[in-house]
Design a protein around this ligand. Structure first.
Ligand code: IPE
Ligand code: IPE
Ligand code: MG
Length: 226
């Protein structure tokens, strides 16, 4: 079972409580830790979340700085991830890409977390940071051409940022927005979408169960079952 989430609505969660948007991002990071635990309990094997897009760099500098700090915190949760037997991965524009903008301290946190959790065999948590699906597909096409292979679906799949990422079984987007915003366009082909009015910090286990039920009813059986 592969669940992918567009974690939207942190800003609205905060604004409704008369808090700064940054407080919404903090609450969102904390709820992600809850959702990870909920998914582990349900024996979900793949959870992929959209943390920051290639389009999000236009946000105010202070908000970006806060979000960067939260990603360092998220990738710093190594002990917790090891206790849960969760392997963490990152998906995004390669750090050596001329357009990549992830600062070195976040790169280091990402690299360290990947290395320190690589032996875990339970769930794989993939965090998309500085990620854009169109850029990923364009890069994949370039690499297929460079390799001299014929361009077909299997060649493109093999040249995605994370070729081992299985197809998505259900895409969740919070906060009432019904769009994909350049997230996993290739990998969500054919997947049902679960939209909820709840903001990301409010997403709960019951909603995770609804998403799983949608995936199962779509396939007629659980997929990629461990
Ligand atoms: C999602 O929440 C977090 C990121 C995109 C980084 P938003 O910050 O988009 O929250 P809203 O959509 O403004 O409520
Ligand atoms: C999508 O949310 C990206 C992430 C959740 C990281 P946005 O809030 O940035 O998306 P749009 O711009 O409203 O579609
Ligand atoms: Mg948003």
């Amino acid at each position: 079972m592969h669940i992918a989430c567009i974690m939207d609505g942190n800003g609205r969660w905060a604004t409704r409580r008369q808090l700064p948007r940054t407080a919404g991002h903090t609450a969102g990071e904390e709820n992600l830790a809850e959702i990870v635990r909920a998914c582990v309990r349900r024996r979900v094997d793949w959870l992929t979340v959209f943390g920051f897009s290639t389009e999000n760099w236009v946000r105010p500098r202070g908000e970006i700085r806060h979000i960067l700090g939260l990603h360092r915190k998220l990738f710093g949760r190594v002990e917790e991830l090891n206790d849960l037997d969760v392997r963490i991965q990152w998906i995004g524009r390669p750090f050596d890409d001329p357009e990549a903008r992830t600062p070195r301290y976040v790169q280091r946190a990402i690299e360290r977390a990947i290395d320190d959790t690589r032996h875990n065999k339970g769930m794989t948590l993939t965090v998309a940071f500085d990620y854009g699906s169109r850029a990923e597909i364009v890069d994949a096409a370039r690499r297929v051409i460079e390799s001299g292979e014929a361009i077909d679906e299997s060649a493109l799949t093999r040249h995605m940022y994370l070729p081992d990422l299985p197809p998505v079984d259900v895409l969740v987007r919070t906060s009432g927005e019904q769009r994909v915003s350049n997230f996993l366009l290739w990998q969500t082909q054919g997947a049902p979408f679960h939209f909820t009015e709840k903001t990301w910090p409010e997403l709960d286990e019951a909603e995770v169960d609804r998403a799983i039920a949608l995936a199962v009813s779509h396939h007629g059986r659980p997929t990629n079952d461990r």
